[in-house]
Design a protein around this ligand. Structure first.
Ligand code: C2E
Ligand code: CA
Ligand code: CA
Length: 597
C-alpha cells in the first residue's frame, strides 16, 4: 500500500519475464530517511537518485519520525541509530510495535563498529544493517534486495496462489479504492461475481489435482475475456492489468469501471458466458462447463464494498436459480431491460434477412435559393410487432453485436441503388448523404469495399456524401485522416456530423479533408431557448469557424421559422429539419423531385 491507501500493485504487476520492468518498478518505491545530520540525508539521497529512485521523505527531527511513517507509509525506511533525543532504537521499536508496520523494511545505518549495537538492532527487528559512512554501491545493492524481498512478500499476501489472481483481501482493497475514486469523479461501474455451474461434480470427476488445474484454466480464460472487453469498459486497473480475483473455491470476481451504459455490462457478461462454454482441456480430458454471473452496478446498487458484493451475490443466486449459464443484475429494472434487449437483438438479426429495413430521405434546403440541395438517408426498421423502431435504439445495439457492418453495407448499397434509379428516371436528385458508423469507418477494408461498390453501381460519386460524427473522427486521428483522404480520392464529399458535441480543436479540424460541418440539433434548439432572444453565440462561433476553414455549414433539426431566419442571417448554407420536411420513404421523396422538376 502506498500513502494514499491505494493498493500498491505497481512493483508487483509486471510479469515474471519482464525483469527490467520489475527493477524499474522497484525504483518507484517511496524511501524514507531518518537522520539528524542533514548532510548525510543529502548524500544518501544523491546516491539513490543516481541509481534511479525518485520518491523520498526525509526526516531530520527524530521526534517526528513515527508520525511521518504513519502518514507516508513508505516502502522502506533508512534509519540512523545514533541520534540525540529519540534514538533510532526507539523509533525501530515503535514501528515494530504497530501491527500494520510489523513487516515494513527498515535498514539501520550505524557508524558503530561494535557488534552489540548491531545485535540490538537486529533483535528489535531491523531488516538489514548498513555501515556509515555509506558506500554508494553497497547502499544501492541493499536497497534493491530489500525492496525485491518486500515485493515478493506483498505478492504472496495479495495474490491467490493457485491462479495468480488477486485474492479476496487485495481485491476488496482494490474495490474500496476504485469506489472512492468513482465517487470523486462521478464514474459508474459494475461488480461481477462469476461462478462455475456444478463445479462440485466437475471437481469430483477430475480429482483434486486436475480440479486445481481446471480452476487455473478458468482464471486464464476470464483474463482473456476481460482483456477483450477493453473497448466497452475498463476492467478496473491502473496499468491495464485486468483486475480479477478468485474470491475462493470456484467463485471469481471482476470489477468494471467507466461503463457508461448498462448495455456494455450486459455485453461483457455475455462474453464471459460464451468464453466459458467452450471446451477446456484438462490433463487430456475435454471438460464442458457453463457459469453464472451476478452483477451489481455502482452507484445505483451500492457505493461500498460490502453492499456491492452482497448484491452481486444475490444476483448470482438468481442466475443459478434460473438454471445457470446466464447472468442476472441485482436491480429488477436492469434485468427487465436486459431481457428486452436480448429479444430485440435476436429480432434485429432476423430483420436483415426478412427485408425489414428501409431508407428514408430527409431534404436539405439551400438557405439562399430555398431549393432542394441534398438529402440525408436515414435507416428505418419496421419491426413486425413493434412497428418502426428508432435507429437511436437499434444502431447502438447493432454496434455492440457487430451487425452494424452488415447493416452499414446494406445502407450504402441501397443508397447507390436509389441514386441510380433516380438517374435512370432522369430525375434531378440531389446528393445523398449516408451515415457511417464508427466500426464501419474503422474497418480495414472499408475503402476497398466502398470502391468496389462504386465501380459496380457506376454511380456519379458527386451524388454520394458520407456523414461521419465528430467523435469517430477524434479517435485514431492519423489513420482517420488517411481514410478520409482515400474517400476524397474516390470523389466523395465528407460531412462532419453532430458537430460541436465532441472535442475537436481548430488545429485538428484543419487537418481533416472535410467539405461540410453539420451543426448539432442541440445548438439549433439553443437559438430559440427562453431568454436567448433568438440568438446563440455557439452557433455564431461554429459558422464563423466553418467559414474560416472554407467548409459548408448545414444546420440539422431546424423546427422553427425563427431558427431558420437566424441561421440564414449568420451565413449557414443549408437547413435540415422538420420545418422543411421529415424523413420520408423513397417514393415520397421521388414525388418531391417530380414536383421540383
Ligand atoms: P443523425 O445523423 O444526427 O440524424 C439526424 C436525426 O435527427 C434523425 O433521427 C432525424 O430524423 C432527426 N431529425 C431531423 N430533423 C429533425 C427536427 O427538426 N427535429 C428533431 N427533433 N429531430 C430531427 P433518426 O432518423 O432517428 O436517426 C437517429 C440517428 O441514428 C442519426 O442521427 C444517426 O446517428 C443514426 N442513423 C440513422 N440512420 C443511420 C444509418 O444508416 N447508419 C448509421 N450508422 N447511423 C444511422
Ligand atoms: Ca447524420
Ligand atoms: Ca447529426
Amino acid at each position: 500500500m502506498n500513502d494514499k491507501g491505494e493498493p500498491e500493485g505497481q512493483a508487483l504487476d509486471s510479469g515474471p519475464n519482464d525483469q527490467q520492468a520489475e527493477v524499474d518498478d522497484l525504483k518507484s518505491a517511496t524511501v524514507m530517511m531518518v537522520d539528524d545530520e542533514p548532510i548525510t540525508l543529502d548524500v544518501v539521497q544523491a546516491y539513490l537518485e543516481d541509481a534511479g529512485y525518485r520518491k523520498f521523505v526525509t526526516v531530520s527531527e527524530p521526534a517526528k519520525a513515527m508520525e511521518l511513517v504513519a502518514s507516508e507509509n513508505p516502502d522502506v525506511v533508512l534509519l540512523d541509530i545514533m541520534m540525540p533525543g529519540v534514538s533510532g532504537f526507539d523509533i525501530l521499536a515503535a514501528i515494530r510495535a504497530e501491527p500494520k508496520f510489523r513487516h515494513m523494511p527498515v535498514i539501520v545505518l550505524t557508524s558503530s563498529t561494535d557488534s552489540e549495537t548491531k545485535v540490538k538492532a537486529l533483535e528489535l527487528g531491523a531488516t538489514d544493517l548498513l555501515a556509515k559512512p555509506v558506500d554508494a554501491s553497497e547502499l544501492v545493492l541493499r536497497m534493491r534486495n530489500t525492496l525485491a524481498a518486500k515485493a515478493y512478500l506483498d505478492r504472496l499476501a495479495s495474490y491467490d496462489r493457485l491462479t495468480g489472481l488477486y485474492n479476496r483481501q487485495m481485491f476488496g482493497e482494490h474495490v474500496d479504492w476504485t469506489l472512492r475514486l468513482a465517487q470523486r469523479h462521478g464514474k459508474s461501474g459494475a461488480l461481477l461475481h462469476i461462478n462455475v455451474d456444478h463445479f462440485r461434480k466437475v471437481n469430483e470427476a477430475l480429482g483434486p489435482a486436475l480440479g486445481d488445474e481446471f480452476l487455473q484454466a478458468v482464471a486464464r480464460r476470464l483474463e482473456q475475456g476481460a482483456r477483450g472487453s477493453d473497448s466497452l469498459a475498463r476492467i478496473a486497473g491502473d496499468t491495464g492489468t485486468p483486475r480479477l480475483s478468485r474470491l475462493g473455491g470456484d467463485e471469481f470476481a471482476v470489477l468494471l469501471v467507466e461503463v457508461d451504459r448498462t448495455e456494455s455490462v450486459n455485453t461483457v457478461a455475455r462474453r464471459f458466458l460464451m468464453q466459458m462454454s467452450e471446451a477446456f482441456n484438462v490433463g487430456g480430458h475435454e471438460v464442458f462447463v457453463t457459469c453464472s454471473v451476478g452483477i451489481a452496478v455502482f452507484p445505483d446498487d451500492g457505493m461500498d464494498r460490502d453492499t456491492l458484493s452482497q448484491h452481486a451475490s444475490v444476483a448470482l443466486k438468481s442466475a443459478k436459480q434460473q438454471g445457470g449459464n446466464t447472468h442476472c443484475f441485482y436491480s429488477s429494472e436492469l434485468n427487465a431491460r436486459s431481457l428486452q434487449r436480448l429479444s430485440l437483438n435476436t429480432a434485429l438479426h432476423n430483420a436483415a434477412a426478412n427485408g425489414e429495413f428501409r431508407l428514408f430521405y430527409q431534404p436539405k434546403i439551400d438557405t439562399r435559393t430555398r431549393a432542394l440541395a441534398g438529402a440525408e438517408a436515414l435507416l428505418r426498421w419496421r419491426h413486425p410487432e413493434r412497428g418502426f423502431v428508432s435507429p437511436g435504439e437499434f444502431i447502438p445495439l447493432a454496434e455492440e453485436s457487430g451487425l452494424i457492418l452488415e447493416l452499414g453495407a446494406w445502407v450504402l448499397g441501397e443508397a447507390c441503388r436509389q441514386i441510380t434509379a433516380w438517374q435512370t428516371a432522369r430525375l434531378a436528385a440531389p446528393p445523398i448523404a449516408v451515415n457511417i458508423s464508427g466500426r464501419q469507418f474503422a474497418q480495414k477494408n472499408f475503402l476497398s469495399t466502398l470502391e468496389a461498390l462504386l465501380k459496380r453501381t457506376a454511380i456519379d460519386t458527386r451524388y454520394l456524401q458520407l456523414e461521419i460524427t465528430e467523435s469517430i473522427m477524434m479517435g485514431d486521428i492519423e489513420s482517420n485522416i488517411h481514410t478520409l483522404e482515400g474517400l476524397k480520392a474516390l470523389g466523395l464529399k465528407i460531412s462532419l456530423d453532430d458537430f460541436g458535441t465532441g472535442y475537436s480543436s481548430l488545429s485538428y479540424l484543419r487537418r481533416f479533408p472535410l467539405d461540410e460541418l453539420k451543426i448539432d440539433q442541440s445548438f439549433v434548439r439553443d437559438i430559440c431557448a427562453p431568454g436567448k432572444g433568438n440568438s446563440s453565440p455557439i452557433v455564431i462561433a461554429i459558422i464563423a469557424m466553418a467559414r474560416a476553414l472554407e467548409l459548408k455549414v448545414v444546420a440539422e433539426g431546424v423546427e422553427r421559422q425563427a431558427e431558420a431566419d437566424f441561421l440564414r442571417e449568420q451565413g449557414c448554407d443549408q437547413w435540415q429539419g422538420y420545418f422543411f420536411g421529415k424523413p420520408m420513404p423513397a417514393a415520397d421523396f421521388t414525388k418531391l423531385l417530380g414536383a421540383a422538376a
